[in-house]
Write a protein that binds this ligand. Structure first.
Ligand code: G3I
Length: 356
């Protein structure tokens, strides 16, 4: 389901010359990027936008670096699927966010089918993380080292790694990733940690866990899979980001999409534009928010309709490659907030609420 071209034309603003990565870099960010996947690369019109570095300066493989592709059998490594996107990024000199080394989902079946003890799971996990991260050594701007390790209440998620190793598995993963690729920024990445609350506190606990062990963690990835009209406010997003950067790590918006209840109409598209502007605007206001990645930019390639019945049109481009009004919301955020305001000293008396 998608918007008729008449309606799309009526709600789209004429900012055709604006290009997202160019604007983001001009405003002091490292990149504006997108996720993509191998099956999408046969669509020539899609690829021409994907590889336009004025539009996207960074790519994330949506699937190809996940465990099921990388180590489909114990000790058998296959990097082919992940290399499709990493080679594409290298060709066009786009930054690469590598995703991901350890996750409870999209594991190879043998991982959950095996009965592990602490010693053999530690050895296996070290081997997996080291082999994968060293394969792409020097190519990844950042690695999502551990993905989605938390429950909604901020406690650790039960999975094969946590159930056998406890929180030790985070340390193992970050230690091996650092050893394998000293130049890559190492991130913890999760959803529903974009506003202050128990899950965001859980992510801070992970940052401190790694730091207290004397290991390196460089950033926290805020996935930002949102629903139109229900996104956290800009103040919530900014103060949440600052909660992480105060620990001495970067943040990035790593998987932004904002789904709407179909059908799209002028009203929900206008709200979606506001919501995209809010999230990108929050990143613009926080110096250590290094960049924004959308979780694909073309509606037909979004994961949303397959998972959330009745929802869709979550990205920046419609089926016919016209732009959502939200594209202009992003442009506004990238152009209206070009300066990161200095953070007032804690001693300073303020008349206005602190947003930086
Ligand atoms: O590989 C099989 C293929 O062999 C089969 O023919 C096909 C039939 O449906 O399925 C293929 O697997 C699909 C896989 O993507 C690779 O394309 C799965 O069905 C599909 O469920 C899977 O979805 C991915 C999802 O992660 C799985 O959780 C999405 O594409 C991907 O965008 C999504 O990305 C995640 C991030 O990694 C972490 N954060 C949430 C985000 C959205 O779910």
């Amino acid at each position: 389901m998608h918007l008729s071209s008449t309606l799309a034309a009526a709600v789209a603003l004429p900012l055709a010359s604006a290009q997202l990565n160019q604007l983001a870099q001009k405003a002091g960010k490292l990149y504006f990027g997108t996720a993509t996947d191998t099956g999408e690369l046969t669509n020539a019109e899609y690829v021409s936008i994907l590889t336009n570095t004025k539009e996207f300066g960074q790519l994330t493989p949506a699937n190809g670096m996940k465990w099921q592709f990388i180590e489909p059998e114990n000790g058998v490594f296959n990097f082919t699927e992940g290399e499709i996107v990493s080679n594409l990024a290298a060709k066009d000199k786009q930054l690469l966010r590598c995703h991901n080394l350890v996750w409870h989902s999209q594991l190879a079946p043998w991982v959950t089918a095996t009965t592990w003890d602490k010693a053999n799971l530690t050895a296996m996990l070290r081997e997996h993380v080291y082999r994968e991260a060293s394969h792409w050594r020097g190519q990844c701007y950042a690695w999502d080292v551990v993905n989605e390790g938390l429950n909604e209440d901020g406690t650790y998620r039960s999975d094969v790694f946590y159930d056998t190793l406890g929180d030790e598995y985070f340390k193992i993963a970050f230690e091996e990733a650092a050893r394998a690729d000293p130049g890559a920024k190492l991130y913890y990445n999760d959803y529903n940690i974009e506003s202050p609350g128990p899950k965001s506190e859980g992510a801070k606990r992970i940052v401190r866990l790694i730091q207290d062990a004397g290991l390196r963690i460089d950033g926290v990835g805020l996935q930002s899979h949102f629903i139109v009209g229900e996104t956290p406010t800009i103040d919530q997003q900014i103060s949440n980001m600052r909660g992480f950067t105060d620990l001495g790590v970067d943040v990035a918006i790593t998987e932004l999409d904002i789904r709407l209840q179909l059908p799209a109409d002028a009203e929900n598209l206008a709200q979606q534009s506001v919501d995209y502007r809010t999230s990108v605007g929050a990143c613009m206001q926080v110096k250590r928010c290094v960049g924004v990645t959308v979780w694909d930019f073309y509606d037909p390639f979004s994961w949303v309709p397959g998972v959330f019945a009745g929802f869709g049109d979550a990205t920046l481009y419609f089926d016919n490659f016209t732009k959502h009004p939200a594209y202009n919301g992003v442009v506004e955020a990238l152009t209206n907030n070009t300066k990161c305001k200095p953070r007032p000293s804690k001693m300073l008396k303020r008349s206005k609420p602190l947003i930086v």
